[in-house]
Design a protein around this ligand. Sequence first.
Ligand SMILES: [Zn+2]
Length: 310
Amino acid sequence: MDPDPADPADPDPEPGLGPIDPDGALFTYDPPGELPGFDYRNNVNVANRSGFGWAGSDELPRDFVFAPGLTWPLDGPGYAHTQVYRPGGSESGVGGAGGSGECDARNFDYPWEDNFCEHRGTATRNLFCPNNARGHHVGQDIRPQQCTRNFPLENRQMAVAVTDGYISSVASMTVRLRGVDGRIYWYMHLEHWDDCNLAALSTPAQCNAANLPSVCSRSALEVEPGQDGRAGDPIGRVSNWFGVGWSNGACRRSMTTDHLHFEIRDTIDPDGSFTASTIPVPPYTSLVTAYLRYIGADEDDFPDWEEAEF
Ligand SMILES: [Zn+2]
């Protein structure tokens, strides 16, 4: 949702890793806190507020790969970036990102950035974010290969399953995949419905995502709850879907920017202890290793990161 620039917690992170940029990799990637000129305690350069990130613990270092062996979740290249503090984002002005809106080329280019624990105006707490405080982003935002917000549905980029598993639920803007590895993977903002007559939802009470099946011709997703699938199977199209909302006297499509919000949920806390219910864990390192495999990088160039066992 909307980030709250007036709410900068003042995290006191552990020292970060050095820059990681293996020779031979086809892209560069920036762990949180390692961006040029970045200073955790000085938010003057607010654009770099994306990615306070997971600071690491004795048990789980910052470069820990929580979900090793994932398939890259898109059927083409993609760009891990904050979708709010860069061009076209709701906080692009705060960061001085400028640009020409969300289709600005800088949103579709390397290097990647980690935006787990980015400041947001949410009530979300997360044990992996500074002080377990509220107001953090607990996934990774990923731009598709190109700006596709005005493309027809069938031409937008497909999100795919990161592992074998089954679709454990489909909510108003989230598809959840329960992997055979026991983790749950959240895909948000995929296009959920196609060919909708929103005007038929003529009161604020009717303007609810639960009523969309009655006014849309078909699901835009490739999956249904309970469906089994394999890694790489299509799930749905990357979009700016944010459900529907009543505004200016009509039921309208609510929108974020065009991106995939991806989360990994696991029963592990920062001490490496078991948690009774799944919580969002830092996804960035898992996505980097998935992407290195996707682009065919030499295994010798993979970072020597510790991986979770399961
Ligand atoms: Zn997000």
